[in-house]
Design a protein around this ligand. Sequence first.
Ligand code: COA
Length: 564
Amino acid sequence: MNILLLVSAFNGLSQRAWCMLRARGHEVTVELAPAYDSPDALTAMIHAAAPDLILCPFLKHRVPAQVWQKWPTVIIHPGPVGDRGPSSLDYAIMDRERQWGVTALSAVEEMDAGPVWASRIFPMPDEPVAKAELYNGPVADAALSCIAEVVDKAADPQYQPMSQETMSRPVASASTRPQLRRADRVFEWTRSAAEIVRRVHAADSAPGVRSEIEGTTVQVYDAAVGEPRTHSATPGTIVGRSGDAIAVAAGDADVWIGQVKRPLDAHGNGIKLPAGYVFGDDVIPELEPPAELRETVYDRDGDVGILTLRAYNGAMSTRACHRMKTALDEALADDTRVLVVRGTERFFSNGIHLNVIAAAPDPALEAWENINAINALCKALVSCTDKLTIAGFTANAGAGGVMFGLSCDVVVVRDGVVLNPYYDMGLYGSELHTYTLPRRVGHATAARLLTEKLPVDATEAAAIGLADAVGPREPESFASWLTGMAQSYADPHWHGQALDAKLKVLSGTHPPAYYEAAELSEMAKDFFDDRSGFAAARSGFVHKMAPAETPPRLARHRWNFANG
Ligand code: COA
């Protein structure tokens, strides 16, 4: 079947759908709706693509009537049957729903009112959850399942989707609700920490909640409940920090805030940044942050060490890399046989921190320091000769974030994770990828991945050797599977063999410094001479500018025309 993915952005969910549909043998092409400035232009493009089915896994734009009247057009809505509106997940979190859902419905004139092709219900997580985490976890899983059902049904010419009026509503509160406004989200710092955190979660990763901290107006993100109140600080003042997260006094406990964004102004603010970059670090005591926001956690289980790294959005700033390097050095110095380096359920790594770079007084210099700092992590892993290292890709990763994981000897991926193993920001790339990527997949596949610039799902990653194994989707099952696998590598027999093999490979190549030096000489030109448009690409990325066009590598229907 020829399937067109019409999306507002080729985001993680759209990429998963793209990988799954291609793996099932469909022709899949993509168009980014924001690249079209009129319904007529969008309609003309779809005429040219002539798809059998239009799927919209992530679409904030309206589908023109000329389109849905002519082609079967199915919207994936992140809410159960009967739920309508653009703030579904925000309401589900704010209202503490016990279960929620995803519905695949035909595009019609009224938003989310079309007949239903498929729907799923899932239990909401017991723990408080941020919107992006909900979206990339249970929502994405349910959406993928719905998409598979839709495509099967679309192959049946007799199939008719079911009117919503004739269907029962499995979630009683599902209804038509307006977009949440800024005023619906605000809170006073005198409120309970749990309530504040819930409000921030419902707006994370976008749009955040407007608030004031010590007289500075910011959008806040990445929140967690801290210690019960034992101080007399005025609510809304900063009482401590850990790394670049800050603790702010609230009604009954501290609220930890990881990220803030100043309003857009003439000085180029309006970029989401780790809170410590905005509020400074002079006089604030270091405190222990809540588990959700801890940047590095090291656990030991027998001969296996497990280092969990947490970088919000996978973005690893210079400062974060330095802190992580300290933790990595300690983990490498422990007398274990195996070290697992993993991310959290939500984040692995997306490489250097483009927002911090964009906001720096000298972005080229900050980028240079950032790449050197992340390279230090990669070098430490590649050069480790007394233990086996295992990368656990717990969540999506892109660019240097994928390459960082490839610095380990063994690479495993959680099912459902999507990797983007290439650089697409006007950068040659570093993170020792010229050594580690061909080592894993061979030179031809490495060159293909770097130039094709397409997402790779867990199954394909294992098929091409980018990963050694795929573990279970459910996060806790993945964690115990990962530990079990690490334990088997720690077995003295296996460990000895694997270490010998590793030393043989290392001794047959140039030292890591050789690859790093060659990569950095390219990156110096990218950063300091801006030879490939890094400044403009970075600015477009951090300011979320609408794309001028759908990249040709995604709009594959154009290739077919070009090839006759
Ligand atoms: N630096 C700063 N922020 C980053 C980032 C980075 N390297 N990579 C991702 N993010 C942020 C996005 O801006 C977005 O922010 P928001 O939701 O808080 O506004 C969030 O992470 C999620 O990103 P999104 O693009 O929606 O995720 P995705 O899963 O849909 O797409 C990628 C994944 C990897 C394709 C995409 O994030 C990307 O291209 N990242 C840049 C990678 C890169 O070039 N790194 C630098 C070179 S090493």
